[in-house]
Design a protein around this ligand. Structure first.
Ligand SMILES: *Cc1c(COP(=O)(O)O)cnc(C)c1O
Length: 375
């Protein structure tokens, strides 16, 4: 059996090696390393894939979030509602911009921000909501957008884990994650569902003036060459990464489908295991399974992870410490924050290998061992 990895980037690359190698060689031949044709082509292709007008490529997903928050004019002391149960980047950029993250608990079934708890967190200082489509499933965007409209708040979607996921609203319309709020931010970190061969990111919006402003911010606040109107940063997607992404974007739907099939196999195999709660897919959502994350009942998680590791099955905890308990935020005086669901999940979740290259032998091996070690 092929050794099992959390993500098997090598085998994925080998399937598209010729195309990818040619695309990279082309950039090298042209030496158009920054803002080359590959970047323009990829931005257009991503806009088409997401059916959205404006795509601003940038250096990584963290920058995407930072640039988005800068573009909507958030100021020090403004409050931003966001989950604590997420990767640190979502909230780290808030601290960097001297914004105050207001952590709201998540839904124990979907792992995403619980809309019923957002209202109570709104104060006169609240300016934005940053939902995270955690593990590849949309946050409840219909409720979030309704609240944002009622209170005049910006919505910036952290779509780093869910590119290609959709949600259906009650009027029957289907929306791609990242295209619903004012701005969507994504990451092309290698292990993401659409990953490049280094760092990369993008910001998308339907709002032309926000797009212009984000383009400026990502380029030293420059309006025309050597004229700088805003304090910005230097955040570029380089041409080699864009060339790789151009090829991989063509396969994204198929990649997401492969992840869904692996997830479906897992969930069927664990359905009758009382120690395991398999991922819940909210009605109307298509999940793209950036992670396949279980909740363990009455089970020693460390022991399970150790037993799995001993037979060659990696398993990870995403994330062992929620944002509101990170030392980084000690300046915010957060002990009063009570997020029982976040804390509960933090102690019980475990993620199994999920990627585009899992074969049937590997899947059988994983489910047999997980079932054996948890029963
Ligand atoms: C990966 C990720 C980011 C950051 O993306 P980078 O490209 O690594 O900077 C932000 N938010 C979430 C939820 C992520 O998973």
């Amino acid at each position: 059996m092929v050794p099992i990895q959390m993500v098997d980037l090598k085998r994925q690359y080998l399937k598209i090696k010729t195309e990818v190698d040619e695309a990279i060689a082309d950039v090298v031949q042209n030496t158009s390393f920054i803002n080359g044709k590959a970047v323009t082509d990829f931005s257009a292709a991503l806009g088409q894939f997401l059916d959205i007008e404006h795509v601003v490529p940038c250096a990584n997903g963290t920058d995407a979030l930072q640039i988005a928050m800068m573009a909507v004019g958030l100021e020090p002391g403004d409050e931003v509602i966001t989950p604590s149960f997420t990767y640190i980047a979502t909230t780290e950029v808030m601290a960097l911009l001297r914004l105050n993250p207001v952590f709201v608990d998540v839904d124990p079934k979907t792992f995403c921000i619980d809309p019923s708890k957002i209202r109570a967190a709104i104060t006169p200082k609240t300016k934005a909501i940053v939902p995270v489509h955690l593990y590849g499933q949309s946050a409840p965007m219909e409720e979030i957008m309704a609240i944002a409209k009622e209170f005049g708040l910006f919505v910036i979607e952290d779509n780093a884990q869910a590119i290609g996921a959709t949600i259906q609203f009650s009027d029957g319309t289907v929306h791609l994650t990242g295209t619903i709020g004012d701005i969507g931010c994504t990451s092309f970190f290698p292990s993401k569902n659409l990953g490049c061969f280094g760092d990369g990111g993008a910001i998308v919006t339907r709002n032309a003036s926000l797009a212009d402003k984000m383009r400026m911010i990502a380029n030293h606040g420059q309006s025309k060459r050597y004229y700088h109107d805003l304090v910005g940063c230097n955040s570029r997607l380089d041409s080699i990464q864009a060339a790789v992404l151009n090829i991989k974007l063509r396969h994204l739907n198929q990649y997401n489908e492969a992840r869904r099939q692996a997830a479906d196999f897992y969930s069927k195999a664990f359905a009758s295991n009382p120690k395991i709660v398999t991922p819940f897919i909210a009605k109307g959502n298509t999940h793209v399974f950036h992670q396949y994350t279980l909740i363990l009942n009455d089970c020693n998680r460390d022991e399970l992870v150790g037993q799995l590791a001993a037979v060659g099955i990696p398993a990870m905890i995403y994330y062992p410490v929620p944002a509101h308990r990170q030392n980084m935020f000690s300046f915010l005086n957060l002990p009063a924050v009570d997020l029982p669901v976040t804390d509960w999940l933090t102690h019980r979740v475990v993620s199994l290998p999920i990627h585009t290259e899992l074969d049937q032998d590997q899947l059988n091996f994983i489910v047999d061992h997980v079932n054996a070690f948890t029963k």
